[in-house]
Write a protein that binds this ligand. Structure first.
Ligand SMILES: Nc1ncnc2c1ncn2[C@@H]1O[C@H](COP(=O)(O)OP(=O)(O)OP(=O)(O)O)[C@@H](O)[C@H]1O
Ligand SMILES: [Mg+2]
Length: 187
């Protein structure tokens, strides 16, 4: 088997939600700053790591080399699907998925990502998912979450959805930029 990418994970799944510009990526960046991670970055928001622009390059990368921040800026969504499979196989890492609703749409979730959501715990994979539209995100993502972090959202359907997880819609609507509310779902 492969060498450890990161020694010890907490097997946590964190979901970060909020409208555009609310501060999601900034917040996520803080979370992964000191940690090696594989970052799915379709909108090219992340800096400071090793970049891969297609799956062929990433496929060849040997995790045993050491501990890195790996940022995937693929053009092709199918490439990401293969990358999810590789992350599952390698394990022992933190996976951050930006624009999670691209890969986990309400009616259609990438099968390799589904595997990470369901069984990533057994592969020692911490996970962070980011989306602007909770309502458009596959239910499995929020169902598996240990923690949901919500920045400002105005959309009614999104607010109603979050209400089911115990969030107060008025409170979410009245957040200012960069402010968030966090809910621990493990207790
Ligand atoms: N806590 C903060 N303090 C200062 N600046 C911040 C903070 N959070 C975010 N910003 C700045 O605000 C801008 C928008 O933040 P960010 O990129 O995190 O938004 P986002 O929620 O990821 O938006 P999008 O959905 O469009 O990707 C960025 O330029 C970022 O540097
Ligand atoms: Mg962002």
């Amino acid at each position: 088997m492969r060498i450890l990418f990161i020694p010890k994970k907490e097997n946590r799944i964190i979901v970060i939600l909020g409208k555009k510009g609310a501060g999601k990526s900034f917040y996520a960046n803080q979370l992964v700053k000191k940690e090696p991670a594989v970052i799915i970055d379709p909108l090219n928001e992340y800096r400071g790591g090793i970049y891969f622009f297609n799956y062929e390059e990433f496929e060849k990368f040997d995790f045993a080399i050491g501990v890195f921040k790996i940022i995937l800026k693929f053009k092709d969504d199918e490439d990401y699907s293969s990358a999810f499979a590789k992350v599952f196989e390698v394990g022992n890492c933190l996976l951050l998925v930006e624009e999670a609703d691209l890969f986990a749409q309400s009616q259609n979730i990438d099968s390799n990502l589904r595997k990470i959501l369901r069984y990533g715990r057994h592969r020692n994979i911490d996970q962070i998912y980011i989306s602007r539209r909770p309502y458009e995100l596959n239910r499995l993502v929020t169902a598996m979450a240990d923690e949901i972090v919500v920045f400002r959202i105005n959309e009614q359907r999104d607010l109603e959805f979050l209400q089911k997880y115990g969030f107060n819609p008025d409170e979410i609507r009245s957040l200012s930029n960069y402010q968030h509310i966090k809910k621990d779902l493990t207790t």
